[in-house]
Design a protein around this ligand. Structure first.
Ligand code: ADE
Length: 242
């Protein structure tokens, strides 16, 4: 069981997105829980304001420290995990990847902090954030979509979330390789045949073909991943010889 807590100014956006399909079903069945906490509910400003101008001038508004801090404290005070990891979703963080998803999937509680406007007052970030993570080198209008991307990638690794336990491992990035091509019925479509080996019923041959396709595909499309894979394979072969 894993609990996601998302601090945001747009709770509907996050819940709409994540209560659908596989992640929604997993939440319904109790493998995960997803809570969106509205930062605006914690402002002490009587007009519900959560942002203000930046000291030193410059464009845009900044989310103020107080509502963010109080929203965080409210979550932290009612969860079991003593000091849960707090992920600030920002293009300035380190880049998210599958290994990090695996690491985070082992936590019981994860708190995501979504920024808006020009960002969040640095002082509250210093006090509560344990991890700053980006989903890639491009800039979005807010942290909600990146938080949803990360929750999806992490949640599907939680035991029970995917029906087929195989599918979490036999896929792109398992063993650092891209996935092999796949085919379904009919056998011929637009004059294109399904590769013969897949119809052979010989599982060993099918596995060998798939691995070969994965390696070829990775070499062609992601030379960086292929390099790392080849390196690792060489190491394994060296160790066996010893
Ligand atoms: N907020 C805006 N852009 C982002 C990105 N690429 N990753 C994480 N958070 C963001």
């Amino acid at each position: 069981m894993m609990n996601f807590h998302i601090l945001t100014l747009f709770p509907e956006m996050v819940l709409e997105g994540l209560n659908t399909s596989i992640i929604g079903r997993a939440a319904e069945r109790g493998y995960i829980s997803i809570e969106a906490v509205n930062i605006r509910d914690y402002t002490l400003d009587k007009h519900g304001k959560v942002d203000d101008y930046t000291y030193g001038g410059g464009a845009g508004m900044l989310m103020q420290a107080q509502p963010v801090y109080d929203a965080y404290m409210a979550v932290q005070s009612r969860i079991k995990t003593n000091s849960a990891r707090v992920i600030y979703v920002t293009p300035q963080g380190r880049t998210f990847h599958q290994e990090l998803a695996k690491e985070l999937a082992r936590e019981e509680d994860l708190i995501f902090l979504c920024g808006h406007y020009e960002g969040i007052d640095e002082r509250v970030l210093e006090e509560i954030v344990t991890d700053e993570i980006s989903i890639g080198d491009y800039v979005l209008t807010g942290g909600e979509l990146p938080a949803m991307v990360m929750v999806d990638a992490i949640a599907r690794l939680v035991p029970g979330v995917l029906h087929n336990t195989d599918s979490a491992v036999t896929e792109s990035f398992y063993d650092g390789l891209l996935e092999y091509p796949q085919y379904s019925r009919p056998e011929i479509w637009h004059d294109k045949r399904v590769p013969q080996v897949l119809l052979s019923g010989d599982h060993a041959k099918v596995d060998a073909w798939r691995l070969e396709q994965s390696v070829l595909r990775t070499k062609e499309r992601r030379p960086d991943l292929y390099e790392a894979y080849a390196e690792k394979r060489c190491g394994e072969i060296r160790n066996k010889k010893k």
